[in-house]
Design a protein around this ligand. Structure first.
Ligand code: SF4
Length: 312
């Protein structure tokens, strides 16, 4: 049996709070779900849907939406909220770009979302591998738009630029939580380095859509959430996702509270007032949830914004 989180063995036990009635995954058991599963298995791919134990998996896979996890299933960081295995990763698979590209084709994806584990062990943090996956995927699927959800490339100097060079349609990097909780929740990461990464991505390519995600329920205060929104807007982030933190096990960071649906609505309307092009805020929002539909909305909102600016 794999011990997914060896670093958490000596952590205290934090009992998991019962889920409220409004947190219910849409259970589907369709043929499409199994067809997605068989394509993922055929190419021996990893998905964040499975590795992070995402509550939306039956719904998304029934729509043939899977989020690919590249560079292995083992992460070099040990975030207190995350269910992905922590440890020493294996060598990169040179055939992975081709496998992802083939799976995107077989799934007939209009919009592909590609994420990865953190690879602090690699000199470039995996930026060149991201580049190859994007280029190969586009070669085979020229009509498919590509969204990447990247690590922070902390202490990897300018390596992230290689990812931008491949021109993904959406550059996503999740801020995850408020700065005051980083030491507990993302001890290996730095809040302002993440904000800076998003800002630099936009500075390099103004056409790229930038996106970031925040989890709530970890113990943050409302004014801290608003501060994160301001920091992300100052980095010109276009799209903000806000979702409920669900504690993966008794050894993970304790859940502080379940936000009510109306609290998510309130956060959405505050974020709107701060100028994001798009906000998705609900208990089951995840950064890749409905990413294809949201991409279409992002494009439309940008056109509307540009038209409004040219009239005024
Ligand atoms: S929300 Fe994202 S991670 Fe979760 S199942 Fe859907 S595509 Fe996968």
């Amino acid at each position: 049996m794999i011990i997914r989180h060896p670093e958490k063995i000596n952590k205290p036990i934090n009992p998991i709070k019962k889920k409220p009635s409004w947190i219910r995954s849409k259970l589907k058991n369709s043929q499409e779900f199994f067809s997605t599963k068989s394509i993922v298995n055929k190419y021996k791919l990893k998905t964040v849907c499975q590795e992070a134990n995402c509550p939306n998996i039956t719904e998304c896979w029934s729509e043939k939406h899977a989020t690919f996890l590249i560079m292995g299933d083992t992460c070099t960081r040990a975030c207190a909220f995350c269910n992905i295995i922590t440890g020493k990763p294996k060598a990169l698979d040179p055939l992975e770009p081709l496998k992802i590209s083939s799976a995107v084709e077989k799934l007939n994806l209009k919009h592909a979302v590609i994420t990865s584990v953190d690879r602090d062990d690699l000199d470039d943090g995996g930026a060149n591998h991201f580049y190859e996956v994007i280029i190969e995927t586009r070669k085979n699927n020229p009509e498919t738009t590509i969204e990447v959800l990247t690590p922070d490339f902390l202490r990897k100097e300018d390596s992230y630029k290689k990812v931008i060079e491949a021109k993904p349609d959406v550059f996503n990097h999740n801020i995850e939580t408020v700065p005051g909780l980083y030491r507990l929740v993302r001890p290996g990461s730095r809040y302002f380095a993440s904000v800076e990464l998003l800002k630099n991505a936009k500075n390099i390519d103004k056409n790229i859509f930038t996106k970031s995600g925040l989890m709530v329920g970890l113990g943050e205060k409302k004014n801290e959430i608003l501060q994160v929104m301001d920091d992300l807007r100052s980095a010109e982030v276009d799209f903000l996702t806000i979702g409920q933190y669900l504690q993966p096990s008794v050894k993970h960071h304790p859940l502080d509270k379940y936000y009510r649906p109306e609290e998510f609505e309130e956060l959405e309307s505050i974020a709107k007032s701060k100028g994001f092009l798009l906000i998705s805020s609900s208990p089951l929002t995840r950064s890749s949830y409905h990413a294809d539909e949201d991409f279409a909305k992002l494009q439309k909102n940008r056109i509307n914004q540009t038209n409004a600016q040219s009239i005024s």
